[in-house]
Design a protein. Sequence first.
Length: 164
Amino acid sequence: MDSLKIFIDTEFTNFFEPKLISLGMVAESGEEFYVEVPFAFNESSDFVREVVVPMLNQYPNSYCPHSELPLRILNWLQIVRIGQHPVEICYDYTTDWELFVSALDYSVPAWVTPRNVDSETSDFLLADFWRRSEENGSEECEHHALSDAKALAYAFRAKPTTSI
């Protein structure tokens, strides 16, 4: 078996000194993880204040103090991990990976590896995900970490490996 792919997205305070606000993860097997952490509202960009902040507090039990974050993430990863197989954390923006590593207090297990899937993500499928969500009256919305992780998983299409 190949590694289990887990698609992630984060929301963060600003582009200059990004600090985590929320983390969404979706395993290719369907399990989901979502947390929101304390953050400094005054360090957030106008965009974050206007678009991201109003979408917070939608999921019960999603609040997580920074001190509990590494343990909650690792526990979930171990639950969804299949046997001793590795886990690939798939992201489309480098800051997502950096904030994930920071959330683990810079102690990423050896069985967890990063994979930037930006070039393996279909813009057509991303647009289709958001169109279908809107048509179905879904609560999925862009710039919410869990929704964006779901969209990334939906739009991912691995590039074929070439053999020599």
